[in-house]
Design a binder for this molecule. Structure first.
Ligand code: ARG
Length: 359
């Protein structure tokens, strides 16, 4: 079956809307050329996803940085003319013929990552996360309510099997969680926010809160999000700047989960997830850091760009800084190993702290 005329019309309207918006600077706008539209508008994946599914979030949200999502794994290849240049732009020049290196989480190397801020002057907390998709399931827009519930019960069974005392904990489904608990978990930066307009417009929040939830250990230093943006987001975090400890715990957690669940991996793109910004390693290593002097300078952003770092506010993506505290992480997740991604953040933050001390 081909793509219906009204979907094609919406794709063309979306293209026109982006073109007519000077305030829009997304990668979608940059790479959705007329040629790409014409080449891809009548294509459909085996599961029925089309170009509108890919672009609709960025069309609805003109302030998107990226603006596209992959409704299923096949979308990354079927809609290559859009994804490839966008991926290359986002991930430090990862070319269409480049290949993600083999996984190297950094086992045996974490002790090289000493505390970045032993005096506790700059860094509030350190967090490293990665995303994983369960083999056999597409991404959000193509999941049914039954899929969500089935995936949740599968991963819950896996969580129940975690016996390592540092990692063991409990799964808390979002469905039935009190507003107080949910708000507190969000405020403390443990749980994902609700109502992300970028995800909503991508059709990624259907049946919410069904099948969504959070697992965490008692100390809330090892957490797993279930079915928010990705099937799984595996997270290790703690106060202070001890990156090595945080990575060590993440490695242990990922290896524990991996033994029980096969994840989708692509030979070229590495671990596959819903957003092209999260391919390859899917690793985002970050700190919440106070850099009052250098962050006030006009070239702060360009210094971070040069160090391959990305800046966010402390209430997550698309939020503003508060009290001079920034969330700073590696930007690229593809085309390097997991350990290198963490090291990129580590070296960059060490540099920023040196600049702050000298300012
Ligand atoms: N679609 C959003 C944007 O373009 C988010 C992109 C990256 N972040 C993410 N959580 N996947 O701004």
């Amino acid at each position: 079956m081909s793509v219906s005329p009204d979907v094609i019309a919406k794709i063309e309207e979306g293209y026109a809307k982006l073109q007519a918006a000077p305030e829009c600077h997304s990668l979608l706008k940059k790479y959705l050329t007329k040629e790409v539209v014409d080449q891809l508008k009548d294509k459909k994946t085996k599961l029925g996803a089309n170009l509108l599914d890919v672009i609709q979030s960025g069309v609805a949200n003109l302030d998107s940085g990226v603006g596209v999502y992959a409704p299923d794994a096949e979308a990354y290849t079927l809609f290559k003319p859009l994804f490839d240049p966008l991926i290359q732009d986002y991930h430090n020049g990862f070319a269409p013929d480049a290949k993600q290196p083999n996984t190297d989480l950094g086992e045996g190397k974490t002790s090289a990552l000493v505390d970045l801020d032993p005096e506790g002057k700059f860094i509030n907390s350190t967090r490293i996360r990665c995303g994983r998709s369960l083999q056999g399931y597409p991404f959000n827009p193509c999941l049914s309510e039954a899929n969500y519930l089935e995936m949740e019960s599968k991963v819950k069974a896996i969580f129940d099997n975690i016996t390592d005392p540092e990692l063991a904990g409990k799964y808390f489904p979002l469905d039935g969680m009190t507003k107080e608990i949910q708000d507190q978990l969000i405020k403390d930066h443990f749980l994902f926010k609700e109502g992300d307009r970028f995800l909503q417009a991508a059709n990624a929040c259907r049946y919410w809160p069904k099948g969504r939830g959070i697992f965490h250990n008692n100390q809330k230093t090892f957490l797993i999000w279930c079915n928010e943006e990705d099937h799984l987001r595996i997270i290790s975090m703690q106060e202070g700047g001890n990156v090595g400890q945080v990575l060590e715990r993440l490695i242990k957690g990922v290896k524990t989960i991996e033994k029980q669940a096969p994840f989708s991996r692509d030979d070229r793109l590495g671990w596959l997830t819903f957003c092209p910004s999260n391919l390859g390693t899917t690793v985002r290593a970050s700190v919440h850091i106070r850099l009052p002097k250098i962050s006030a300078k006009p070239d702060f952003k360009s210094i971070c760009d040069g160090l391959k770092l990305q800046i966010r506010g402390i209430h997550g993506e698309h939020s503003e800084s508060e009290g001079g505290v920034y969330d700073i992480s590696n930007k690229a997740r593809l085309g390097l190993t997991e350990f290198e991604a963490v090291k990129q953040m580590y070296d960059g933050i060490a540099h920023l702290i040196a600049l702050e001390k000298a300012a």
